[in-house]
Design a protein around this ligand. Structure first.
Ligand code: NAP
Length: 341
């Protein structure tokens, strides 16, 4: 039986009942300030909608039409498909809901919580970029403040079982959006992003390897300085994604090479699903911050900033020109209880 929610929580709808959507719905249900009022898919009989219902979430099979019908919502999380996202935004925009885009559509304001997270409080269409972007950009942004890079390369690798059909359909969007975001948050014009999904068993962890090549000899960083910057950035990310770990950080031939891994600590997804963890943890952080501010702004609230440790945080601090950045085949996991297909 689903617990009775206290009034005042933000009403949240999750659009898309796949790997990302189900994990997100579960996180929203665990939140003290959010209420998962709807999980919307496209087909009544899909495993994802059945699992959402088993978790205690109200469900509907009419896609965006179901969301509009059951609304208004304070927050809508789009965990469907990058191709469908522009249509969803066009329909949701007039409702005034905060739209958190988990697809790599590259449409809204790109947000990385530790850099420009406060932008999400303003509402609108907030792009969570990609899982690779959420893992790489805190590190790359921090290093770019201390060195002049001419080229950045990002290689993301993860387990095939953690990528649903929509993720596979959106691979080109993934590359394009991650590259655009790395360019925007670092100011480095030449960026290359690659992605591999491995069907190996046991499934590999979610890992992001980064190489920063200085624009000219001597424009890079000493190893100790780079290490300190990377660890500080990682520490900030761990505040909301505790499984974020730096596995490697070296300076070789003036190039800074860093590898991070993200593991999912507990919950319904396996530890290797760090790609789900990093983007969904970011989405819930932003949703909770938005909900808390919204509640604080109500006439009954005493001190709007008292409960929010990020209240005094900079909006897009250090971003420079990029301060506002717009821009089924589940492999070995098919039978696992956490999957949706
Ligand atoms: N998996 C990851 O690691 C990851 C990480 C970050 C971001 N993302 C992004 O998140 C999105 C979902 O990925 P996923 O791995 O969760 O894929 P998935 O398991 O295939 O889930 C997608 C879900 O969205 C539904 N859907 C698709 N188009 C829709 C529409 N127009 N209206 C309503 N529902 C729709 C699908 O329903 P049907 O079953 O009817 O197709 C399915 O339930 C993708 O854009 C992906 O790039 C994925």
């Amino acid at each position: 039986m689903r617990e009775v929610r206290a009034p005042g929580r933000a009403r949240v709808a999750v659009l898309g009942a796949g790997l990302i959507g189900l994990d997100l719905a579960e996180r929203v249900r665990r939140s003290e300030v959010l209420d998962c009022v709807l999980v919307a898919g496209r087909h009544e009989q899909t495993l994802g909608l059945r699992r959402a219902a088993e978790m205690g979430c109200p469900t509907a099979a009419g896609g965006i039409a179901s969301v509009l019908e059951a609304g208004p919502f304070d927050i809508v999380c789009d965990a469907s498909n990058a191709q469908a996202h522009p249509g969803h935004w066009a329909l949701l925009r007039p409702t005034g809901a905060l739209l958190l885009d988990l697809t790599p559509s590259c449409l809204g304001t790109m947000v990385v919580p530790t850099i420009n997270g406060a932008e999400a409080v303003a509402g609108g269409n907030i792009s969570l970029i990609t899982c690779g972007g959420q893992a790489a950009i805190p590190i790359l942004h921090a290093l770019a403040q201390h060195s002049v890079c001419g080229y950045v390369e990002v290689v993301c690798s993860g387990a095939s079982a953690t990528a649903g059909r929509a993720t596979r359909l959106n691979i080109d969007h993934y590359i394009h959006t991650t590259q655009a975001a790395v360019r925007a948050f670092t100011g480095v014009p030449e960026v290359k992003v690659m992605l591999t999904l491995s069907p190996a068993n046991p499934p590999p962890p979610f890992r992001v390897s980064m190489t920063l090549v200085p624009a000219r000899r001597g424009a890079g960083m000493a190893a100790a300085a780079a290490g300190a910057v990377v660890q500080a950035a990682a520490h900030s990310v761990r505040a909301f994604a505790p499984g974020f770990a730096v596995r490697f950080c070296r300076v070789v031939d003036d190039q800074i090479r860093v590898a991070v891994e993200v593991s999912a600590p507990g919950g319904r997804i396996p530890a290797y699903a760090g790609n789900l963890e990093i983007i969904n943890a970011a989405a819930v952080l932003l949703a909770e911050r938005y909900a808390t501010r919204r509640e604080s702004a109500s006439p009954h609230a005493a001190d709007p900033d008292a409960a929010d440790p990020d209240a005094a945080g900079p909006v897009g601090a250090g971003l420079g020109a990029a301060g506002s950045v717009s821009a089924g085949l589940s492999g070995g996991g098919k039978d696992a209880a956490w999957t949706a297909s």
